[in-house]
Ligand binder design. Structure first.
Ligand SMILES: Cc1ncc(COP(=O)(O)O)c(C=O)c1O
Length: 463
């Protein structure tokens, strides 16, 4: 390795030379590094130059209770000294047992059976593999198709990536699979002249038509995020999930609610499916906020009614041979228990409900800035969609360049914004105060104004 003057330079060189990061732009591999973070405290991260930045996206929608929590560090250390690992194939451990019981109290309906995985992708992958197993045991090998939506995102395993409705993820990967069927994005912006109710009717009709065309006996599952997070915080029309669940029930289709982002307080509840979006699904997947990002963990909660059909006398000798070396990892589960304790002790769910109106209002106040095309939020997750010409519906490369420039300016002013094309997404740690929400939105305002001026963005009303 070459000699460098400072540790920072040496590390930056190692990033360029040896790290292969998610979503790596291959043309810049080895040439362009990534900003290095060296610390975190509350809602802030600290970069290698010692600058404090507000963590606008909560890492990757996950640092619910914020950085530097001694309680979590202690739980990790204690559990590591007691039992650092056990094989989930033939033993269990106390943190996994306690966590399963605790999560079973949080889930709606009879979703009381918890399977642990290593993160969100493996949680969704397991849910989908369960539907495959389920239908094979039930003697319906043809009932395997999965229905998903455009703009949805469900992970990065082969199967979950094939379920991604974010077209930017498709090029150069063999994601096209016959068994995956896409429905329209439930983005109300696409309703055109239709009312929200008419738009919803059309979305439901599209699902029913697909079932009719393919045959209910070929469709295993409907997989949906309560709100489409990575797709740009798309909040479906009111009543969407309940209507889709009714269609699923009528056709014996398993409804999987992917709560990898919305779980663990993002919308002010442990899980958002029932309490925020009015649906009791058959399976809920979770990850991220379950440990506030301190260590990896994911999982799914499955309905007992579903399990009854393929277990006990109905098992037909089947074993669910899906699992991970780190399923129910004792150290991760201990971190999750400590995280849940902090969320409860500090009243963080109530806090989210208290400040989410303020968050929504602070975002809404950006509405009239040049380049702002749409603003959406729910709980503590929001998106300001920007376009050079906010009157257009198609997103162009110029719009993406505008988004990127906003992110760069915000970074230089002390705020990380999740870079998703032309969409400025904020989903801060759940402990954020009103004052900090104001600071975050002030920086975003400045970023939108400056980038808009540079790129010649127009006012929405002028479009
Ligand atoms: C809704 C949703 N599901 C699944 C995943 C995949 O989770 P992971 O990156 O932990 O594998 C993500 C990641 O952002 C997500 O947003």
């Amino acid at each position: 390795m070459a000699e460098f003057n400072t540790e920072t330079e040496t590390l930056a060189e190692a990033v360029r030379t040896n790290l292969f990061a998610p979503a790596q732009e291959m043309s810049t591999l080895g040439r362009k590094g990534l900003p290095m973070l060296k610390g975190g405290e509350g809602i802030y991260v600290i970069d290698s130059e010692g600058r404090r930045l507000i963590d606008g996206p909560a890492g990757m929608w996950c640092t619910q209770i914020g950085y530097g929590r001694r309680e979590i560090a202690d739980a990790l250390a204690d559990q590591s000294m007691h039992l650092s690992y056990n094989s989930p194939w033939y033993t269990s451990n106390s943190p996994a047992a306690k966590l399963a019981a605790r999560i079973a109290e949080m889930t709606p309906g009879d979703l009381t059976r918890i399977f642990f995985t290593t993160g969100g992708s493996t949680a969704v992958d397991t849910a989908l593999r369960f539907t495959e197993f389920y239908n094979n045991i039930l003697g319906r090998p043809q009932k395997k198709k999965i229905v998903v939506r455009m703009d949805g995102y469900h992970g990065s395993t082969s199967l979950t990536a094939a379920c991604s409705g974010r077209t930017g993820n498709w090029p150069n990967f063999d994601v096209a699979q016959d068994r995956i069927n896409f429905l329209s994005s439930p983005n109300v912006r696409l309703a055109g002249n239709r009312t929200e109710a008419e738009f919803l009717d059309d979305l439901v009709a599209e699902f029913e038509t697909l079932i009719e065309e393919k045959g209910a006996d070929t469709i295993a599952a409907f997989l949906a995020e309560p709100l489409l997070a990575s797709g740009g915080v798309i909040i479906p029309p009111t009543g969407y999930h309940a209507r889709f669940k009714a269609v699923c029930e009528a056709n014996d289709i398993i409804y999987i609610s992917d709560e990898v982002v919305t779980g663990f307080g993002r919308c002010g509840e442990w899980f958002a499916s029932e309490k925020v979006f009015g649906v009791v699904p058959d399976i809920i997947t979770f990850a991220k906020g379950v440990t506030s990002g301190y260590v990896p963990l994911g999982g799914l909660a499955i309905s007992e009614k579903l399990l009854d059909r393929v277990s006990g006398e109905n098992a037909k000798g089947g074993s669910f041979t899906n699992g991970y070396t780190y399923s129910g990892h004792p150290v991760s589960c201990a971190a999750a228990l400590a995280n849940i304790e902090v969320i409860e002790r500090d009243g963080i769910l109530a806090h989210v409900n208290e400040v989410s109106g303020h968050f929504a209002a602070a975002l809404k106040a950006l509405e009239d800035l040049p380049g702002v095309a749409d603003i959406r939020s729910k709980g503590l997750v929001g998106c300001v969609e920007c376009m050079v010409d906010p009157g257009r519906s198609e997103v162009t490369d110029a719009d993406k360049a505008l988004g990127l420039r906003i992110d760069e300016i915000c970074f230089s002013l002390g705020l990380i914004v999740r870079p998703i094309g032309n969409m400025c997404v904020l989903s801060p740690p759940l402990i954020i105060t009103r004052q900090e929400i104001d600071s975050m939105c002030e920086i975003l305002r400045e970023g939108i104004l400056r980038a808009g001026e540079e790129k010649g963005a127009a006012q929405r009303s002028a479009a």
